[in-house]
Ligand binder design. Structure first.
Ligand code: FES
Length: 84
């Protein structure tokens, strides 16, 4: 199991899964859910290496270093701490 953490709590999720549902439980707001609106943009505080590389949809945005889109990102394993 992997863990997604934020200042408000922590949610476990299977290795290799999208982080969307866990992020939703932590309170991250969502909009389009298709990688367009950036409503779900988060800052990764720790464990960036435990996220899978950005997909094409995330790459279309010029995201700041350490920023990801929760509706697109997947966790590989381990623990990732986010803020939003
Ligand atoms: S919800 Fe719109 S980019 Fe993620």
């Amino acid at each position: 199991m992997a863990t997604l953490k934020s200042p408000s709590g922590a949610v476990e999720l299977p290795d290799g899964s999208p982080i969307k549902k866990a992020a939703e439980e932590l309170g991250v707001p969502f909009g389009c859910e298709e990688g367009r609106c950036r409503t779900c943009e988060i800052t990764v505080l720790e464990g960036q290496e435990n996220l899978a590389p950005m997909n094409e949809q995330e790459k279309t945005h010029d995201l700041e270093q350490g920023h990801r889109l929760c509706c697109q990102a997947k966790i590989k394993k381990g623990s990732v701490t986010i803020d939003f």
